[in-house]
Each structure stands twice: as structure tokens, then as C-alpha cells.
Write a protein that binds this ligand. Structure first.
Ligand code: SF4
Length: 62
């Protein structure tokens, strides 16, 4: 079973990097914090890359 990414919103800096890079997976919510809207919108390697480069280190696997 594929792993599911999520954003720990309390730690999101609203930099929009993940949304710019992978809009198929991430979007900004009404509070300008990132969230996952489609956990299978990209392959795991691409999502892992966002986790590794997120300034807030707030994207994780469930
Ligand atoms: S890259 Fe990280 S800090 Fe930046 S918007 Fe996405 S989740 Fe938030």
C-alpha cells in the first residue's frame, strides 16, 4: 500500500515551495498553510524530494 503524505500545518512557513513544485499534490488552504489535496498525485520519490527540501520540515508520511 502506498504511503500517504501530510503537512504538519503548525510548522508550515507558507513558503509555497511544495505547491509550486507539486500542485498535483499540495495546495494552500484558506489560512495560507499547505495541505495535501491528492496524496497520490505524484510518485513517492517526488513527494520525498519535497519533504527533504521543505523549509519547515513539516511534510511527513503517515
Ligand atoms: S514547502 Fe513546507 S513550509 Fe513551504 S508551504 Fe510547503 S509545507 Fe509549508
Amino acid at each position: 500500500m502506498a504511503r500517504t503524505p501530510y503537512v504538519e500545518k503548525d510548522e508550515c512557513t507558507s513558503c509555497v515551495q511544495c505547491v509550486d513544485n507539486l500542485p498535483e499534490v499540495f495546495r494552500m488552504d484558506d489560512d495560507d498553510l499547505a495541505e495535501v489535496h491528492n496524496p497520490t498525485g505524484a510518485d513517492e520519490d517526488a513527494i520525498q524530494e519535497e519533504m527533504d527540501t521543505c523549509p519547515g520540515e513539516c511534510i511527513h508520511w503517515k
